[in-house]
Design a protein around this ligand. Structure first.
Ligand code: ARG
Length: 444
């Protein structure tokens, strides 16, 4: 029983929040005349001493004391005697743990937001440097149309912008303080829940005591936002791994975030990127774990809910690491713009530009233009040359309406410059997007 029951091995991470919650609670009890000012002072001084000890020596792990709440109270009792017993008036570990954990998750959310912003800044800096760097854009991982590397990097900036917005929404929802819900039904003592909410930085107290002690939505909100963010990091990691492989050769990742092989002397492996991709799986797993823990629980508190903390702690640690590793990889990546440009020239990436030209200059319906272009691609393949290299006779042979002017739209630079629609890959558009992102991130 001791072993299955004890949460102190992991919930000791909540000690700061637990002591802050207790200090807010006892100050409120004193103001309401529920404990005397003198007792409240003794309790508050004692709690500060416990905090100083934990800061210095760490939190002791005694399984008989079950959890962080009992551990703090036991030490307080050793320090100040039986008056410590007044602290738990009008409180239960059920509202206490909900309060501690919500405070912790709010901090983790702010930490994730900082990590996201740092990675966004790195992406935006590199996107600005590579607004003109042409690379192949893929669909189905087949060459589709040329894009700019800056545009590609800004795609991840956008994903992270949505991630930040999700974490921000979570903060707004997690702005209600559980303390004072007591075990499940509220309490007969005349509490001032607004005072404790305020002292702990919440906008207001929660409205329903049953919901309060049963609710772990704030933890699930964190995990679900973390999962989606990790999913984005994993896709970026996957692209970096692909781009760093020899057949691509688009990027050299920083040595500091790569490793060698113990047997193959030539190897440089993108381990940090692979671990970001791997850790994303663990973050999704942690999310699934808590969803499944919660899904069958009746109101109000059940001990299953003690299992809420390990998945959140694990996911938060992994997410912070992944964000930092990705920031380092993006900031330190050595992109090979020449190699990317060469790759963009393969696979007739500007075929759509040829079709578009026929529509614009010869007023041919797009479907027919698509067909004519297909013939040009076939011919270029047979001659093992690019569309640009087809002679005027070749072009005329395919369709008499093709003429010399078409050649100008078939270059990579013309192709990306032409895609200047709002949100498009044209270098000028990318520069505008970079400027807007820099303003949004306060980089100006
Ligand atoms: N250690 C418990 C948890 O993490 C605290 C709440 C315990 N409440 C109870 N009634 N046993 O959930």
């Amino acid at each position: 029983m001791r072993e299955i029951n004890a949460s102190i091995p992991f919930d000791k991470a909540l000690w700061r929040q637990d002591i802050a919650g207790s200090r807010a609670h006892v100050a409120m009890l004193a103001k309401q005349g529920i404990v005397s000012a003198e007792d409240a002072k003794a309790i508050d001084d004692g709690l500060q001493q416990v905090a100083a000890e934990y800061e210095r020596d760490g939190v002791p792990e005694d399984w008989d004391l079950e959890d962080i709440h009992m551990t703090v109270e036991a030490r307080l009792t050793e320090l100040i005697g039986p008056v410590a017993g007044r602290l738990h008036t009008a409180r239960s570990r059920n509202d206490q743990v909900a309060t501690d954990f919500k405070l912790w998750v709010r901090e983790a959310t702010n930490c994730a937001l900082d990590g996201i912003a740092a990675l966004q800044r790195a992406l935006v800096v590199r996107a600005g440097e590579h607004a003109d760097s042409v690379m192949p854009g893929f669909t189905h991982l087949q060459t589709a149309q040329p894009v700019t590397l800056g545009h590609h990097l800004l795609a991840y900036y956008e994903m992270l912008r949505r991630d930040a917005s999700r974490f921000g929404d979570n903060l707004a929802r997690a702005d209600e303080c559980p303390l004072g819900a007591a075990a499940l039904a509220g309490t007969g003592f005349d509490l001032d829940r607004t005072m404790t909410a305020d002292a702990l930085g919440f906008a207001r107290p929660t409205a329903n005591s049953l919901d309060t002690v049963s609710d772990r939505d704030f933890a699930l909100d964190y995990l679900q936002a973390a999962s989606q963010c990790a999913l984005h990091l994993s896709r970026l990691a996957e692209e970096l791994i692909l781009w760093a492989s020899q057949p691509f050769g688009f990027v050299r990742l920083p040595d500091s975030l790569s490793t060698g092989s113990s047997i193959m002397p030539q190897k440089k492996n993108p381990d940090a990127a692979e671990l970001v991709r791997g850790h994303a799986g663990r973050i999704v797993g942690a999310t699934t774990a808590l969803i499944v823990t919660m899904k069958g629980l009746p109101l109000a508190y059940s001990k299953d809910m003690q299992d809420d903390k390990p998945p959140v702690f694990e996911a938060a640690g992994l997410l912070d690491l992944c964000l930092a590793a990705m920031e380092g990889m993006i900031a330190g990546a050595d992109f090979n713009a020449e190699r990317m440009r060469h790759a963009a020239g393969l696979g007739h990436a500007t075929a759509t530009d040829l079709a578009d030209w026929l529509v614009r200059e010869a007023d041919i319906p797009f479907r027919e233009a698509h067909h004519i272009t297909g013939a040009a691609v076939k011919l270029a393949d047979r001659k093992e040359c690019t569309l640009e290299d087809l002679s005027l006779d070749d072009l005329k042979g395919i369709d008499a309406r093709l003429d010399e002017r078409v050649r100008a739209v078939l270059t990579l630079d013309a192709s990306v410059a032409a895609r200047a629609s709002y949100g498009g890959t044209a270098p000028d558009r990318v520069r505008e997007q970079v400027a807007a992102a820099r303003r949004a991130l306060g980089m100006e």
